[in-house]
Write a protein that binds this ligand. Structure first.
Ligand code: NAD
Ligand code: ZN
Length: 384
């Protein structure tokens, strides 16, 4: 089959690789029909992780089940499924408590937790930017979809259930967003935009989205959020001005460790410290932007070892709390699917490009450069 293979920093190509097979009887093989490029892929694409060359990217996957192992009961050949990016067993101590993001059995390193498809440090699982994908524990890890999911356009909504819609929602859950709240979101990439959509679903009265990319800020505005261009105004002052100096009720970090000044200078502490300042006393902050223990490209010894120069004094003084980490997709994907089915959520509004798998290399280039108009790419392996 064809798949998107990582060759080294900023170098991917579409190559012929072996087809996945049923390896354990609980496995399912899915023919991928929609698979997204994610901001998380970009950390790996840029060589800012230890992702191995020769491996296949892709953790935001949707497709049709084409083969099931003999221990699979619920999922049937022919089902359309959205696949959480977390690979989880369903029976370990963490999965039992709903933390499929920190599954203990699918992560091969004994002292670590959490696994994902095509992801650095998250186990050996191949990614789904390919024609086929092996899904371990298929009954547990597949979310079945309705017949409408056979339609390629409709898939642009459902494929967001694999990662970024639940992840944006998780940011708002950790931030405790409730009806009437005023919420600030840093980052208007796909994740930040899904956090804005989620805050709106949860009844926030005002939502600010901070970024500096006009196209992305425009999408935030299109769903009723207030765009804040951090290259033109100081976002902290802007939000304080609009809240009688008190700050937002809660905040979401949707940028991650490659946060930078508008001039491109990287500073992994930037958005974390701005959130501490922009959120009020006792406010909650949800951090879904990725931070890593080791960053080979970090600008100094602190950054190289994942150590933030964090404004802990103010954070403590303000009595704030912070939630962090990968999203437990299964906690939310069913309820978010049903919001899509009923028409109450249309996450495909962020999709700018649908491309055949073969065009992945140029799609990576444009999305990585955050080129104007490249907000979210859905690769369609079947498309000619
Ligand atoms: P993205 O890179 O497309 O978006 C990031 C946005 O942040 C860009 O639009 C950029 O202009 C903006 N930005 C950079 N510095 C900024 C700053 N100082 N202030 C405001 N905005 C700034 O990526 P994405 O797909 O939206 O993902 C965002 C983050 O979420 C990434 O770190 C990704 O790895 C992470 N992620 C986490 C999870 C999870 O489970 N926790 C899941 C998916 C993605
Ligand atoms: Zn992702």
């Amino acid at each position: 089959m064809k798949a998107v293979v990582y060759n080294g920093p900023r170098d991917v190509s579409v190559e012929e690789v072996p087809d996945p097979k049923i390896e354990k009887q609980a496995d399912v093989i899915v023919k991928i029909t929609s698979t997204n490029i994610c901001g998380s892929d970009l950390h790996m694409y840029e060589g800012r992780t230890d992702f191995e060359t020769g491996r296949v990217f892709g953790h935001e996957n949707l497709g049709e089940v084409v083969e099931v192992g003999s221990a699979v009961d619920k999922v049937k050949v022919g089902d359309m499924v959205a696949i959480p990016f977390n690979v989880a067993c369903g029976y370990c101590k963490n999965c039992e408590r709903g933390f499929t993001n920190y599954c203990l059995t699918m992560q091969p390193k004994k002292e670590w937790a959490g696994a994902a498809y095509g992801f650095a440090d998250m186990g050996p699982y191949q990614g789904g930017q390919a024609e086929f994908l092996r899904v371990p524990y298929g009954d547990f890890n597949c979310l079945r979809l309705g017949e409408d999911a056979r339609d390629s356009k409709r898939q642009n909504d459902y494929v967001m259930l694999a990662d970024i819609f639940p992840t944006g929602y998780h940011a708002t859950e950790m931030a405790g967003v409730k009806p009437g709240d005023q919420t600030v979101i840093f980052g208007a990439g796909p994740v930040g935009l899904m956090a804005a959509l989620s805050a709106s679903i949860r009844g926030a009265s005002r939502i600010w989205v901070v970024d500096r990319r006009p196209d992305r800020l425009g999408l935030a505005e299109s769903i009723g959020a207030i765009p804040v261009d951090g290259s033109k105004v100081d976002p902290v002052e802007f939000i304080k001005d609009q809240t009688m100096g008190l700050g937002a009720d809660n905040g979401c970090e949707c940028v991650g460790y490659q946060a930078h000044e508008p001039d491109g200078t990287e500073d992994m502490n930037l958005t974390l410290n701005q959130l501490v300042q922009a959120v009020r006393f006792t406010g909650k902050i949800g951090v879904v932007g990725v931070f890593v223990p080791q960053d080979p490209g970090g600008k100094d010894e602190f950054a190289k070892n994942g150590k933030a120069v964090f404004d802990y004094g103010w954070f403590w003084f303000k009595g704030q709390t912070m939630g962090t980490g990968q999203c437990p997709v299964k906690k939310y994907n069913r309820l978010l699917r049903d919001l899509i089915v009923s028409g109450k959520a249309t996450p495909s509004f962020i999709v700018s490009h649908e491309l055949p798998l073969e065009q992945a290399p140029e799609a990576y280039q444009h999305f990585d450069a955050r080129d104007e108009g490249w907000t979210k790419v859905v690769l369609k392996p079947g498309m000619k």
